[in-house]
Design a protein around this ligand. Structure first.
Ligand code: NAD
Length: 304
């Protein structure tokens, strides 16, 4: 099988000065793409700035014979990052919304700044970059977006209330981009990666980290953003060579007649039914729920 190539394409990688972003940038630089290496260069808590992080990666790509340009803006100024792609290469094909920070603290001690900074970088930053790229994607009827969620967002994680909220926001954001972009051949998918980086080096033991190279997240992302990919609106967990798709599951549920008999007690009596995932459904849109409502209007349940 021939290798996946990205010749002539322009790939924007946010937060590409280290960790996963650096791995993406080096990979796409080595597969023919022109890469915009964005990084604000601050600490993992979102403090300070530096041009060094992005510059080092640009130098690495160029030394290996690839094409890359640095951008040092915050993702909250996403239009400037996309402008760097347009000014230097005249187009944008792929956007990897990857930049991120952590402000871990128990909910009891959380300050507004911890919440606001996390929302700004992850949620607003991903929005600003995608919003600026969108008109180009639509015009050329082609675009690929990867947003970055986290297991913390999907399942919750002690001390990461702000981060969890921001990361699950990436799922809803992606699902809607996928629906709005589909007819323009703009595909958006979301990953919950796990990899050794400065973000995880203090919370995981070295032997585990050794098996979580950022490079091992890259191949799935490459498949998803390739022009041959039909995936759109999918959620993947990926790390250490393992990857899997996630989806929603809805129990068969309970349908009660909406009249005077519809009481908390009536629900409690059938609680097991709400929790029963036998023959569960896998909804993919609001329409699925509307279908259930229609059914409920037609049906005359006998369980008063
Ligand atoms: P990392 O700290 O190595 O990389 C993040 C990069 O983003 C840094 O280089 C940082 O300077 C840059 N950045 C931060 N704020 C920015 C801003 N406002 N504008 C531009 N650049 C900015 O961490 P990583 O582990 O490589 O994380 C990459 C992404 O993956 C993040 O979104 C993170 O939340 C997510 N993630 C990582 C893991 C993991 O196991 N490493 C797990 C789940 C999710």
């Amino acid at each position: 099988m021939s290798e996946l190539r990205f010749d002539g394409q322009v790939v924007v990688v946010t937060g590409a000065g280290g960790g996963l972003g650096r791995a993406y940038a080096l990979f796409f630089g080595s597969r023919g793409a022109s890469v915009v290496v964005n990084d604000l260069g601050g600490s993992f808590k979102g403090e300070g700035t530096s041009t060094k992080a992005a510059d080092v990666v640009v130098d690495e790509i160029k030394a290996a014979g690839g094409k890359a340009v640095a951008n040092y803006d915050s993702v909250t100024d996403g239009e400037k990052i996309i402008e760097t792609a347009i000014k230097n290469y005249g187009r944008i094909d792929v956007l990897l919304n990857n930049a991120g920070i952590l402000r871990d603290i128990s909910f009891k001690n959380m300050k507004d700044q911890d919440w606001d900074l996390i929302m700004a970088v992850h949620v607003k930053g991903s929005y600003k970059c995608a919003r600026a790229a969108w008109p180009y994607f639509r015009k050329q009827k082609y675009g690929r977006v990867i947003n970055t969620a986290s297991a913390a967002g999907l399942f919750g994680s002690f001390g990461q209330c702000n981060y969890s909220a921001a990361k699950l926001a990436m799922v809803g954001f992606t699902e809607t981009l996928a629906k709005e972009g589909a007819k323009y051949n703009i595909h958006a998918n979301v990953i919950a990666p796990i990899a050794a980086s400065r973000m995880t080096e203090t919370v995981m033991p070295p032997d585990i980290l050794a098996n979580l190279k950022p490079d091992w997240v890259v191949p799935l992302v490459a498949v998803l953003v390739h022009k041959s990919s039909e995936e759109n609106g999918a959620i993947f967990e990926v790390g250490g060579g393992h990857m899997a798709k996630l989806r929603w599951e809805r129990s068969r549920g309970l349908l009660l007649k909406a009249d005077d008999s519809y009481t908390p007690g009536a629900i409690l009596k059938k609680w097991d039914q709400i929790n029963n995932f036998e023959n569960a459904e896998h909804p993919t849109g609001v329409a699925d729920f509307m279908g259930l409502l229609e059914q409920s209007m037609k049906m005359r349940p006998n369980d008063k």
